[in-house]
Design a protein around this ligand. Sequence first.
Ligand code: T4K
Length: 389
Amino acid sequence: MKQINSSRDLAVNGAEPAFSEPLHVGLPTVGDRELFLHYTEEILDRQWLTNNGPLVQTLEQRIAEYHDVSHCVAMCSGTVSLEIAIRALQLQGEVIIPSYTFVATAHALHWQAITPVFADIDPRTHNLDPDAVRRMITPRTTGIIGVHLWGRPAPVDELQAIADEHNLKLMFDAAHAFGASQGGTRIGSFGSCEILSFHATKFFHTLEGGAVLTNDDELAEAMRLMRNFGFCGVDNVIHPGTNGKMNEISAAMGLANLQSIEHVIEHNRHIYHAYRRSLEGVASVRLLEYDENETNNYQYIVLEVDEKSGVARDEIVAALQAENVLARRYFWPGCHRLKPYLELYPNAGRFLVNSEKVSDRVIVMPTGPAMDEQKVDAVISVIRVLTGG
Ligand code: T4K
């Protein structure tokens, strides 16, 4: 790892990159490797590989307990969890979501011929602005999907009040928020249901996978049927359905990762504080903070570049990438500026002012198992040199 003290040391100016190996935003954590291999042997011996196997059932029970909810319905991805939850809630017509989210939130609606209607975000939290949500309600609106972006919960009480007032369904995309709390309550109990992603890039993962958390017995039952073609027993199909099942190897990875989850969160908390310390005095860049009175998973390190700094966000990202720091511009450019939605709403930018501003200034930085304090300091030195901070 090379020290960067002046612009002459930057790889964009012809010097060697600071890091010989890439630093990823989403480098997967593998919890207890021995336990994973032990479960894998068990699966192969048992010859029960998928279709509601014993490890999937154990994982569901442990995740439900962890979030203090009645049901965890495991699925093959976060996106399919969204699609099935949307269908089980019988959403139709228009559903209000933020544009500033991963495109899966919008696609899960569009894929089912439901119109995603984008409401603006609060620039301080990056989550839905309740007043903007109110402005987007029409007679065709049937629901709201709040997103707990970066694992920081959306304004759950305000959104619930709007949903109650207008007789709308409310659910949450909690893909980033495994284990996070709001007002001391862990996510999983807000709205009708909340979906999780267990994709490999998440701090808790099952290779690919996801789940829906809910306290609603009927909803959970409908989703269990829907993820398995609507089968009730061997020959009896009582519900429309699809294949949303999680397999046993994924569940084994999940159980092995659960074993070390507190250690992983503590490491990510440590790295978050290292970024905080390292950024002291760098005026042109703000670190998005986690509320330390709540439970957080600290899996995203989110920086915002001040527009007045004189250095463009993309210039910083290019300089970091040249150093082998594979920082990301999540979730640029915002769903409404992506082809399927731009065609639907060519002028959406006019009322998604905060979404556009935020998506133009965010950089997501590497964290996770490969990071330590020295690497954080070296990464931030690139930004210091560039911005003169
Ligand atoms: N809702 C929200 C709010 C979401 O953020 C997501 C997913 C979903 C719903 C849908 O959940 P899933 O259906 O995916 O379960 C990644 C993930 O694929 C995606 O799961 C995630 N959000 C999104 C935020 O990030 P990309 O396109 O950035 O992935 P990719 O391949 O560029 O990888 C990111 C970084 O991780 C790269 O630096 C490479 C590194 N990486 C990746 C993989 C897969 C590794 O080092 N090892 C690996 O195995 O979407």
